[in-house]
Design a protein around this ligand. Structure first.
Ligand code: FMN
Length: 182
């Protein structure tokens, strides 16, 4: 059994990025299982707190889930042309004391409300962060969903058939990246 952990970079209840992960979960083939993790309740990283109380339990739990998975998918929203603070903050915590992403096969997807680039700028900043965390991020194909207001319903569920087809092709390539380790 291949295990995949999806991590959403949005805390929003009707998040379209969490919706992308739910759509992937619906597509898993029989030999694959997938869980979705969120970043709620992770405190702001502060080296003083780290020195006095260590890693918060919430971070330790996420760290363990990442280590246990064969592959990681991060759904990355774009805030002000970059990675949202909650996601950057989580990767900063996770980088401390040995990154759980080290040599881990990882893929990035993202959905945004923008006209053209569909979170590409944020995804490329995230790729740069993940280099520091020693993840092995799949180079391509890529998923940049734009105009998310037309492609998801009000609850953040993916409704656009073409996007779903593209996502399915991406997932096939990603699972090959994880399972066959090309
Ligand atoms: C603070 C903030 C900054 C944003 N900046 C961008 C941006 O730079 N580019 C973009 O395409 N969308 C931007 N957006 C719109 C988000 O992409 C959109 O709200 C998206 O739905 C967020 O992802 P979610 O649905 O998973 O929560 C921004 C939204 C917020 C709240």
């Amino acid at each position: 059994m291949t295990t995949i952990l999806g991590i959403t970079g949005s805390l929003r209840r009707a998040s379209t990025n969490t919706g992308l992960l739910r759509a992937l979960k619906e597509m898993v083939p029989t030999q694959v299982s997938m869980e979705i993790a969120d970043l709620h309740a992770i405190p702001m990283f502060n080296e003083d707190d780290e020195a006095t109380t260590g890693k918060p339990d919430r971070v330790k739990a996420l760290d363990a889930r990442i280590r246990a998975a064969d592959g990681i998918v991060i759904a990355c929203p774009e805030y002000n042309f970059s990675v949202p603070g909650v996601l950057k903050n989580a990767t900063d915590w996770l980088s401390r004391g040995g990154s759980p992403f080290r040599w881990k096969r990882l893929g990035i997807v993202g959905a945004g409300g923008g006209e053209f680039v569909g979170t590409a700028r944020a995804q490329y900043h995230l790729r740069q962060n993940l280099q520091a965390l020693q993840a092995i991020t799949m180079p391509r194909p890529e998923v940049f969903v734009n105009h998310n207001e037309e492609k998801f319903d009000a609850a953040g569920n993916l409704t656009d058939a073409e996007t779903r087809r593209h996502l399915a092709k991406w997932f096939e390539a990603f699972l090959e990246w994880v399972e066959k380790r090309p």
